[in-house]
Design a protein around this ligand. Sequence first.
Ligand SMILES: *Cc1c(COP(=O)(O)O)cnc(C)c1O
Length: 377
Amino acid sequence: MPTASDTQFTSQFETLPSNQPMADEIRANILNNPGFGKHFTDHMAHIRWTVDADWHGHQVRPYGPLTLDPAASVLHYGQEIFEGIKAYRHADGSIWTFRPEKNAERFRRSARRLALPELSDADFIGSLKALLAQDHAWVPTPASASDECSLYLRPFMIASEAFLGVRPAHEVDYYVIASPAAAYFKGGVAPVSIWLSSHYKRAAPGGTGFAKCGGNYAASLAAQKEAEAHQCGQVAFLDAAENKWVEELGGMNLFFVFKDGRLVTPRLTDTILEGVTRNSVLTLAKEEGLTPEERPISIDEWREGAASGEITEIFACGTAAVITPVGELVSEHERIRLTAGDANNDSNEVAMRLRTKLLDLQYGRSEDKHGWLTQLV
Ligand SMILES: *Cc1c(COP(=O)(O)O)cnc(C)c1O
């Protein structure tokens, strides 16, 4: 166990350094080929909340199993939310993250919907800084501009009170764990096939679709299994009320590029999660001369636009996979592919241009005109 003399402070975070950090050589091997979500750094950040004492006990401590009472309410009623954000190493060795105040704000929106306590920007961003102060060696160094390695940060909040009654928990824990990551999709940015579930819905009006909570993901897994059985990597969900409007994928937002330069994405409702990547793409698209439109888009418009050549590209976006072209939409009845009417159709030129623009910003290769980067280390 760490002793008091090992204790250091980063802002208000008390740091208990691990006495068994990963050996440099083993960590270097992991960073050479990290995969996604498989390996974790030496430490985790933790803040405790109780109804009487509010947020307290800010700590960075050795990564390891949690001790949870079997009656902890998260295990029974799923009161849980999370975030996903990355740390990028720039060429000068410094470490940065992208628009963390957007994630902090979304985390509070999710917290309100799940009746969890809200965490301040200072605690949210402070927890990332405190963890990185300890685990900065785990942020991989890109070998080239096409090497999309990063440290994926996973803040999450769980109801830990031991109580089987159904009400918001009076004891809650917030943690941040970190996992070195290579590109999300193995084998580069090949267009993905998307499964359109004719039965399952991800979100309904008044539900939790706009919140980033584990429950939404639990509810999407049966559809994900269907997708895999049809050789599709992701699921597209239509709205629950009319089964007509395109919403998003299980964990990524969708964009449609039109021949005339319009870039359409479904308008935000409480059944769509507002991605930080989505929001950033809307801004960057304008700089690229595209005309962003947030409006409802129906499955019929997708089908007809794909057939007529009006829609020239479709892509999905999110922090983990950045921007990924969509190759086709598969359902029980049909396959919707973009027609190869003009030479640009297969190149996904717009998606790849926006992707490069976003990555150049995140890795500090272009000027941060919007003030989107926050230095962690
Ligand atoms: C996290 C997530 C996204 C993407 O959000 P980013 O902030 O861009 O990573 C999109 N849809 C769902 C359902 C998500 O959980």
